[in-house]
Design a protein around this ligand. Structure first.
Ligand SMILES: [Zn+2]
Length: 128
């Protein structure tokens, strides 16, 4: 599969990914993958090919294949976080409507300032 991102620019993103973003950030760097979405119990890692893996922090360092929803979330988050990866944003079909849960932002705000990411079927794209 052809690289979806210029190799130099992807390598730079991998090197620069904040170690503080997730305790497992160093694992992703070691594998040459980019952390694009992290939760307490797992992180979504992007390969230069656009392929997505899930790191659940297993001690044997095994990565899982991403589900369709995880893959879509990873691509939307990669596009939102890095201008170099904007092309990964899933294309909005003509019939799609703005997500009523997040109003297109990909995040849902709770009273008190807490925010969380919009889940399926939006997957943080902002449309359904
Ligand atoms: Zn949404």
């Amino acid at each position: 599969m052809a690289a979806m991102t210029a190799p130099d620019s992807f390598a730079r993103l991998v090197a620069e990914q904040a170690a503080s973003e997730h305790p497992w950030g160093a694992r992703a760097r070691q594998w040459g993958l980019l952390t694009v979405f992290a939760q307490l119990w797992e992180s979504l890692l992007l390969a230069p090919s656009g392929e997505v893996f899930v790191d659940r922090g297993l001690p044997d360092a095994a990565l899982s294949a991403a589900t369709g929803d995880e893959r879509e979330t990873a691509h939307a988050q990669a596009a939102r976080r890095h201008p170099e990866l904007r092309h990964l944003m899933p294309r909005r079909p003509p019939g799609a409507r703005t997500c009523p849960q997040c109003d297109g932002s990909g995040e849902i705000a709770l009273p008190g300032g807490r925010r969380f990411f919009c889940g399926p079927p939006c997957n943080t794209k902002g449309w359904v």
